[in-house]
Design a protein around this ligand. Structure first.
Ligand code: TXA
Ligand code: MG
Length: 345
């Protein structure tokens, strides 16, 4: 299949490109769209065949449900049974990086929800995503645009690497602003929230809107043999670069000492803070922003993990993040990318 790649900088000027993407989606095609979190592999969420195509292109097990993307929060009425808490969340965080799980209506096929009676709803703030959804007139089912198991894509070059020839269109919207996937919450029967996946909308921010927020026990990714995760995606291998990633737990001085020694004997790729770059040997260093600048770490993480693959290191090292604020989302992605390998130094 020939994939059309289009750069869209201004949705008001490039109306024809938006209309073309919208028509492809309505006709059951696949279009990769930029969002404020990561790129999404989009198809018509009400069309079972589109959802099947998404699973096939991604190499994703079909019991792992898709998020549907809507243009305005009230569009959720067409696809889900909403409640007061949904609208409180919408008022506070939509459009933006929040996904809410609600009971689904019959308009959403089981092929999209992986057989579940619930549906994940998100209203993205990225102008291109918004314009495409609105012009298509359908909700866009879109998982992160990466081959299953690989890190999500936050730059178009990696989207092209994974999907050129497998989708109808790729829209290049530049680098994704946030860099980590949306926060996912489940609205429970007693109008409480369960945090299923941390993201840029933090636990503390959710607590400002709802006084009953719990963190899913599966969030750190450890599940017993017979346990069923609330969010099916939690059970799969994720974000993994080709080489082993190890997270280092210790104060910065010890981490630098350890890394210096390792650099003498191994080809290590190192995700370091900017200010550490001059302390280490100038080989395979991948700075992720200044210490404590979590927004930059989040924005750079997935691209850096993908860069590691092109360097073919023996091993990859990174600092283990603190779990405060946005740190919880970074911790969640990194601990899974590392398959829980943590070394105390
Ligand atoms: O930021 C994002 O959310 C990006 C952009 C493209 O919007 N999308 C994204 O989709 O990260 P995906 O498919 O890679 O991750 C969605 C996660 C999966 O772990 C899936 O299991 C979970 O959401 N999920 C989807 N529907 C669900 C449902 N009904 N109940 C529980 N979990 C659900
Ligand atoms: Mg994903």
């Amino acid at each position: 299949m020939e994939t059309k790649i289009v750069r869209i900088d201004d949705v008001n000027v490039q109306k024809n490109d938006i209309a073309e993407a919208a028509a492809l989606l309505r006709d059951g095609g696949l279009v990769v769209i930029p969002t404020e979190t990561v790129y999404g592999l989009g198809g018509d969420g009400t069309n079972p065949l589109s959802s099947k195509k998404i699973y096939a292109a991604k190499g994703r097990p079909s019991d792992n449900p898709l998020i549907i993307h809507i243009a305005t929060p009230s569009d959720a009425e067409n696809f889900a049974y909403t409640n007061e808490l949904y609208y409180k969340l919408a008022k506070a965080f939509m459009p933006g990086p929040l996904t809410v799980i609600l009971p689904k209506k019959d308009t959403v096929p089981y092929e999209t929800t992986g057989g579940l009676d619930t549906v994940a709803i998100r209203c993205p703030s990225h102008p291109v995503a918004h314009a495409v959804i609105e012009a298509s007139g359908v909700p866009i089912a879109a998982p992160s645009a990466n081959i299953s198991g690989k890190p999500s894509t936050t730059a178009v070059e990696y989207v092209i690497e994974d999907f050129d020839g497998k989708v109808d269109m790729i829209i290049d919207g530049g680098a994704c602003e946030i860099g980590l996937e949306s926060t996912i919450v489940l609205v429970s029967k007693d109008e409480g929230l369960v945090l299923l996946r941390p993201g840029a909308i933090t636990y503390d921010a959710l607590c400002c809107v709802c006084d009953n927020v719990t963190i899913s026990p599966t969030l750190e990714g450890t599940l017993g043999e017979n346990e069923r995760p609330l969010s099916p995606g939690m059970k799969y291998k994720h974000y993994a670069p080709a080489s082993q990633l190890i997270l280092l737990d210790g104060d910065d001085k010890n981490v630098i000492e350890f890394l210096k020694n390792e650099q003498k004997v191994k080809k290590c790729a190192i995700l370091c803070y900017d200010e550490e770059a001059e302390l280490l040997e100038n080989r395979l260093l991948l700075p992720i922003g200044r210490r404590g600048d979590l927004k930059t770490h989040a924005k750079m993480l997935f691209a850096r993990l993908r860069e590691c693959d092109s360097l073919s290191p023996d091993i990859i090292y990174a600092h283990i993040p603190d779990k405060e604020g946005l740190g919880l989302a970074l911790y969640n992605r990194m601990i899974r990318a590392a398959a829980h390998s943590v070394l105390k130094v």
